[in-house]
Design a protein around this ligand. Structure first.
Ligand code: SIN
Ligand code: FE2
Length: 217
């Protein structure tokens, strides 16, 4: 086997990297779903466009968001919540496509969490410079289910800390197709995304899209 061919195979073979107890990085796991995933994503965004939401403190987020599934995560001046309805349109969020559910469930299983059945998918769009400060995902009713997070588009630095905000986060470079699963002992770990460096991705353009699957209700 030539070195080139070997590298090419290494590029497409999913691999796993332990991040913490209960947390794993599945490199390239989403790639085999890509041909169905990207068109399904475009349909959702056509129905429920990205928007910059406001925090309860009145700051506009640099990340633009939308959702699909029975429950969508929203923030406004009144606080954070899951809502079945898109507040911009007054309509239910777009249904979660089968390819989304399959990817999330298979990644969760790979991460050690069987029977993951998400009812919420938050879709985050980062343009160069956008960031997400350290936070916990804790608006869900049941912390037994993991979080499954899919990266598409240009690379980002994912920050993964611990149970305390002051725990120094480890840094992971996430590229198109990478999936992070965290649950169990790390379900409530602080995490965030460093300001996105500029770049261009062949399929996704000048942005990073993150799909975050949760069991909200
Ligand atoms: C999030 O925590 O909602 C987003 C994480 C990411 O963009 O990787
Ligand atoms: Fe989060």
């Amino acid at each position: 086997m030539t070195a080139d061919l070997f590298d090419a195979i290494a590029d497409v073979q999913p691999s796993r990297e332990a991040m913490a107890d209960g947390a794993v990085l599945l490199r390239g796991f989403a790639l085999r779903f890509e041909t169905d995933l990207i068109p399904a994503l475009r349909e959702i965004v056509a129905q429920a466009p990205f928007r910059h939401m406001s925090t309860p403190g009145g700051h506009q987020m640099s990340v633009a968001m939308t959702n699909c599934g029975n429950a969508g995560w929203v923030t406004d001046r009144t606080g954070y919540r899951y809502d079945g309805v898109d507040p911009e349109s007054g309509q239910p969020w777009p249904k979660m496509p089968a390819v989304f559910r399959e990817l999330a469930a298979e990644a969760a299983t790979e991460g050690g969490f069987e029977n993951f059945s998400p009812d919420a998918c938050l879709i985050n769009r980062y343009e160069p410079g956008a960031r997400m400060s350290l936070h916990q995902d804790k608006d869900e009713q049941d912390f037994a289910a993991p979080i499954v997070s899919v990266s598409l588009g240009i690379p980002a630095t994912f920050l993964f800390g611990g149970l305390k905000r002051s725990d120094k986060p480890a840094r992971f470079r996430l590229v198109h197709g990478d999936v992070v699963v965290w649950g169990g002992p790390s379900r409530l770990f602080f995490h965030g995304v460093a300001p996105l460096a500029d770049g261009e991705h062949a399929a996704m353009g000048r942005q990073r899209i993150n799909l975050t699957f949760r069991k909200a209700r």
